[in-house]
Design a protein around this ligand. Sequence first.
Ligand code: ARG
Length: 268
Amino acid sequence: MRHYLMVRPGYFDVEYSINPWMDPGKPTDTGLAVAQWEWLRDLYVELGHRVDLLDPVPGLPDMVYAANGATVVNGRALVARFRHPHRRRESAAYLKWLSEHGCRDVRQARWHNEGEGDFLLAGSRILAGTGFRTDRRAHEEAAEFFGLPVVGLTLTDPRYYHLDTALAVLDDDVVMYFPGAFTEDSRRQLEKLYPDAVIASAADAATFGLNAVSDGRHVILPQAATGLIAQLRERGFDPIGADLSELLKGGGSVKCCMLELRHSGGEQ
Ligand code: ARG
């Protein structure tokens, strides 16, 4: 059983553009966003996971992307410091909620740090993205705070601006990723660490197929990522396709919509 934190997209809209997917000129449908999000929340509950909710705040249309609020490992929470001013006020909500809900050490990051958008726990190491949002210095800060090794990975394609848009952790030892989103150095590092990784095609990556949530068995990912869905099935996972078309207009999908609350984890 996993424990997830989600934010209902009650004030969802695309009012500004801070990634190439966002077009404020395109209409959005908040009701549809809520319906698609509810389907996802209900699915997690049906799969046996616990979902807690953080109240959305008016004027923060990107707050539905809860992954970005913090990184929580072993009951310790490193709360985001957003790069763009549009999202900065979200941090206060996470500081308060996580302090009031059993985290034993809650601190806001000193450097730009977009939470689980760029920090993914993989077994006893953390994979950390940089290049667009999270500052490289935040990697060192996270390594110290969590007492875990952090592997820094550099993103190069503006469409894949957070690590969780280009790579997903499937279980402690298996990841899936799109090599084209990374520098050559980072690609080499990934090949060395994960020789058995599931490799995504450019077409699957472009559906946001890597923005996936795995509980070690079920993998929830955009339904349009048909190549990845087939590969996951071959590897013995149980893929479940999701339709989050409204939330894609903000440049996010399945993984962006939840923050994993790990009461333990990362033990070596
Ligand atoms: N509009 C949001 C932003 O650009 C989307 C965040 C997506 N979240 C994620 N974990 N990739 O910040």
